[in-house]
Design a protein around this ligand. Structure first.
Ligand code: PEP
Ligand code: MG
Length: 893
């Protein structure tokens, strides 16, 4: 027979799945010998069965009978006994914490007959009537679904008649009238009398708790917190103890340490002469817990003792709820306390110092998400209220500045020393200079993998994207927000990339000392370093010692590379050379595209060569002694040319004026020729290298010359040349042949040995499926999981998030965008396959990942498991990746 009910003594903290978090911890505290009122727990399985079948499992009633009998014996009281009734609380509690999402009813068991008995036993008539009115009110709302307003109104009416607005002024006679009024509310709104049979009260309440698993707010909360919808809640039934029995009674909540900073001490609130929900509801002002020392020194001492016991036992910060009934302390709940990101680091190290946990465990207790939070400047919480709108939180941070609507304005205002926010419908490579100049980027279109988001994240720049309520009119230089609020160029705006909030005006920000630490400006031993910096340093040091994954950075400039290195990057995993073809260099690309003869083409490439060489010298110098992966040109050439529509208009207008521009006409023909319906699947990557003679050769030559020069100067340069978008080994072989020839040629000329690894990105399913063949021609693979996700799912990475993804997320088709966290079952399967088959054909194949997933905590764990050598991510995410790689290494030790 399935066991649906457990006595506290039968459970433990490790039985959360069965008993829920609350029940499991009540059981644990009971077994620790702490003062917990007796009770029992109905399992999550009983709830699941109820929800599946629509009625309680047949065995439940009998098992409840048994445990109720034991509870009555333990208390020496009986449910429904008119002379001395046993009352119980009935509380929900799932395996995962869902604070306030499900139901609780107190004082179950009380009825018309037993109120006088309770009054006599407590020697307090007021208390008995107050307990009864609370039961009817909670039962009415929770079990009978009556709107709480009706009870509130009835209560207020009695208070009004009494000429008071405080509950405390009501005496027993008044509360008896409240009870009568409440019974009237039940009769009127539930179409039945308040049930007098205590067992019926109990059974109906348990059922209501089961049902509250599927209340709309519980469903919403689970979706947001990614808690599975089929776990069900347990129900704990506990003998009531009363904090509302006079001044020597009370109730409180406490943390064993400060959950905001991790500082040790007494953090909590106490409310004398009150029941649990009064504290949370904030009806009356609570006292700081420390004041309990004066009110009830004995209970206070005992409470401190218990907190110490709990911390030693759980080896973690705990939060508790307790009640004092006439000088006697009772523990009603404990659990591992939620904490801020800063406290997570500080507290973990405190527990190490106290000898309760080791550094591995400390590492397990902090997350990359928490570290990321600590790294970004934040808006001062008191000042950041009432956002204008909320978009997608694309790249964290808090940025404030004057609104600008294009790159030119961003650059010129920034040059004049102004802070600016670049506001666009969406961004494209043309906006790069503006993005660099701006404090933050705000778009009304596109999702978390849109151009704005990816580039901003790469630069560690704050970005809110897809703020669709904003109507952005670039030509008129203004935007219109909800309610017709207008923002003109130059007006101040503040954007929070961690929450997606957009505020009017300037919200003050506070800087992150944790970034100063990673920058090397603030050392852990400096006087200015606080406990948080020392804790971050200690845990990061341990993560580095433990991790097996290397961590590199995606960086295209020496400045980014240098920062990445300070942040702990062990090389560059992806230099996107296309970012070096923008600005003034576009002209050369235009010339390359327009070239009609070999000579013209060579001339264009010759112009680019020294520029590229200088780029690479800067990059290699910044990463002296570490590997640098340079990816040859990837995007379609038309991205460097003017927009087709704009150019067509320009040419047409010029012709109309009778002043045709020959260069524009030629350019338009080229743009038309290169125009593609699906550019992402078109002439890009390796295809470009094969089709445009000399293009990849020029890039390789620039790399070779940079390496030769630096090596001659004694530098330790470790170049890795990477070919994008390969789908067949023959493509790679074709390019590798040309690459090797150029390397050999430059080596001969410079008399410097020019060895370089040649590898490929794996970003097409065919590449993954034929990885064994491709590895024969590649020294390394780097998984381009942005494109691999796009090509595996058939999702356009630039469009989906603004389009149907929100519905997919709402419907639970996936819990998180596959562009954010690697889709382990699909894309991840291709990764594993390519790892296995690649290594089988070349055992020393180097394996990395350089898509956006490289800095995503959950994905880092996946890549650790898949056995990659390194992850590569934007410089700002390097510390997060280091931490998560360390956590992955200790996850199952
Ligand atoms: C990728 O596709 O994952 C990748 C890193 O390349 P890009 O984002 O530049 O296409
Ligand atoms: Mg790619």
């Amino acid at each position: 027979m399935p066991k649906f009910v457990y006595a506290f003594a039968e459970g433990s903290k490790d039985m959360k799945d069965v008993l829920g978090g609350k029940g499991a911890n009540l059981a644990e505290m009971t077994n620790l010998g702490l003062p917990v009122p007796p009770g029992f727990i109905i399992t999550t399985e009983a709830c699941r069965t109820y929800l599946e079948q629509g009625h309680e499992p047949a065995e439940l009633a009998g098992q409840v009978d048994e445990h109720l009998a034991a509870l009555q014996d333990a208390m020496g009281k009986r449910l429904g006994d008119a002379a001395d009734p046993l009352l119980v609380s009935v509380r929900s509690g799932a395996a995962a914490s869902m604070p306030g999402m499900m139901e609780t009813v107190l004082n179950v068991g009380l009825n018309d007959e037993s109120v006088p008995g309770l009054a006599r036993m407590a020697d307090d008539e007021r208390f008995a009537w107050d307990s009864y009115r609370r039961l009817i009110q909670m039962f009415g709302k929770t079990v009978l679904d009556i709107d709480g307003e009706h009870f509130h109104d009835a209560f207020e009416a009695v208070k009004r008649e009494r000429g008071t607005d405080s509950d405390l002024d009501l005496d027993a006679v008044d509360l008896r009238r409240v009870v009568d009024a409440f019974k009237g509310v039940v009769a009127e709104h539930a179409g039945r009398e308040f049930p007098q049979d205590p067992r019926e009260q109990l059974d109906l309440t348990v059922r209501a708790v089961f049902q509250s698993w599927n209340s709309p707010r519980a469903i919403t909360y689970r979706r947001q917190e990614q808690i599975p919808g089929d776990l069900g809640t347990a129900v704990s039934v506990v003998a009531m103890v009363f904090g509302n029995l006079g001044p020597d009674s009370g109730t409180g909540v406490a943390f064993t340490r400060d959950p905001a900073t991790g500082a040790q001490g007494i953090y909590g609130d106490y409310l004398a002469n009150a029941q649990g929900e009064d504290v949370v509801a904030g009806i009356r002002n609570t006292l700081p817990l420390a004041e309990l020392e004066q009110l009830d020194p004995e209970s206070y001492r005992r409470l401190l003792e218990i907190m110490a016991t709990l911390e030693r036992h759980y080896r973690d910060l705990c939060d508790i709820e307790f009640t004092i009934e006439r000088g006697r302390l009772w523990m009603l709940q404990t659990r591992i306390g939620k904490r801020t990101a800063a406290a997570a680091f500080v507290v973990a190290c405190q527990f190490v110092d106290e000898g309760l946990i080791g550094l591995d465990e400390a590492l397990r207790r902090v997350t990359g998400g928490q570290l990321a939070q600590l790294m970004f400047p934040r808006f001062d919480a008191d000042a950041a209220k009432d956002p204008l709108t909320v978009g997608m939180n694309a790249s964290p941070g808090a940025a404030t500045g004057a609104v600008v609507f294009d790159s030119a304005a961003a650059v010129s205002r920034a040059a004049a020393g102004e802070r600016v926010i670049l506001v666009r419908r969406e961004t494209n490579p043309d906006d790069l200079h503006g993005m660099i100049a701006a404090q933050g980027v705000l778009t009304s279109h596109g999702g978390r993998t849109s151009h704005a988001a990816v580039v901003a994240r790469g630069m560690g720049k704050t970005c809110v994207c897809g703020a669709e309520e904003l109507d952005i009119d670039v030509a008129a230089r203004r935007l219109v927000g909800p309610g017709g609020v207008e923002v003109a160029e130059g007006d101040m705006l503040s954007i929070d990339g961690s929450t997606g909030e957009v505020f009017l005006g300037e919200v003050p920000v506070v800087d992150s000392p944790v970034v100063e630490y990673f920058e090397g400006v603030l050392g852990p031993d400096d006087e200015a370093a606080d406990e948080l910096i020392r804790a971050v340093h200690r845990i990061m040091t341990h993560a580095d010692a433990r991790r097996r994954l290397g961590v590199r950075a995606n960086a295209d400039t020496d400045a980014d590379a240098a920062r990445a290195r300070r942040f702990g990057a062990e090389g560059i995993g992806l230099c996107r050379t296309e970012h070096m073809f923008l600005g003034e260099r576009r002209e050369h690309v235009e010339r390359l595209v327009l070239a009609e003869t070999d000579d013209e083409r060579s001339a264009a490439l010759d112009e680019l060569l020294p520029l590229q060489r200088a780029d690479f010298i800067a990059l290699f110098s910044a990463m002296d002694g570490l590997p640098v992966t340079i990816r040859l040109l990837d995007p379609p050439l038309h991205e460097f040319l003017p927009d087709l529509t704009e150019l067509s208009v320009r040419v047409a207008l010029a012709e109309e004026r009778g002043e045709p521009d020959a260069k524009d006409v030629a350019l338009l023909a080229a743009v038309r020729r290169l125009n593609e319906h699906n550019p992402m699947f078109g002439l890009r990557g390796v295809r470009l290298g094969i089709l445009v003679p000399g293009l990849f050769g020029m890039q390789v030559r620039a790399i070779a010359q940079a390496v030769a020069q630096l090596r001659r100067d004694g530098a330790d340069v470790q170049p890795e040349i990477m070919i994008p978008l390969v789908g067949a080994v023959q493509e790679l072989q074709t390019v590798a042949e040309e690459t090797n020839a150029v390397l050999a040629d430059e080596s001969r000329r410079s008399e410097v040995p020019l060895d370089a690894l040649i590898g490929t990105m794996i970003e097409l399913p065919r590449a993954a499926l034929t990885a064994g063949q491709i590895a024969e021609a590649a020294h390394f693979f780097s998984f381009g999981t942005n494109d691999l996700t796009q090509t595996t799912w058939g999702f356009s990475r630039d469009d989906v998030e603004g389009s149907f993804f929100s519905r997919y997320l709402e419907r639970g088709i996936f819990g998180i965008s596959p562009f954010e966290t690697i889709d382990a079952d699909g894309v991840g399967r291709l990764v594993r396959l390519a790892v296995d088959e690649g290594r089988a054909s070349r055992p020393d194949l180097k394996l990395g990942i350089c898509g956006e997933h490289g800095g995503d905590p959950a994905s880092v764990h996946f890549f650790h498991d898949a056995g990659l050598d390194y992850v590569s991510c934007s410089p700002f995410r390097v510390p997060v990746a280091r931490l998560e790689a360390g956590r992955a290494a200790v996850a199952d030790v």
